[in-house]
Design a protein. Sequence first.
Length: 100
Amino acid sequence: MVGEFWYRGERFRATIHGRPGKEELFLIHMLEDDEEGPEISLDRFEDPGNDPYQSLEECLAMLADRLMKEQGISASRPEAEFAWVQPKTGVNVHSGVQAH
């Protein structure tokens, strides 16, 4: 799954692979004009400190906090909570059945 979210006033793009609680997470801080900024990843399957019951959103927020701290990124709205961005439809794909 690929999704975007806002957290602390910053926009991030997450790529998530795996089953709940054991995902691989790849996180990119998105800059102006959809430019990709710094990134960070976490393999929850391999992480000895992983809590498999922690929600995906909580884990992504923790990873975003870690990325901002490591990269010296100041949050534009530190009080803003996690919020998924509604996906945009890039391409409409039909079912393969053509009506005649």
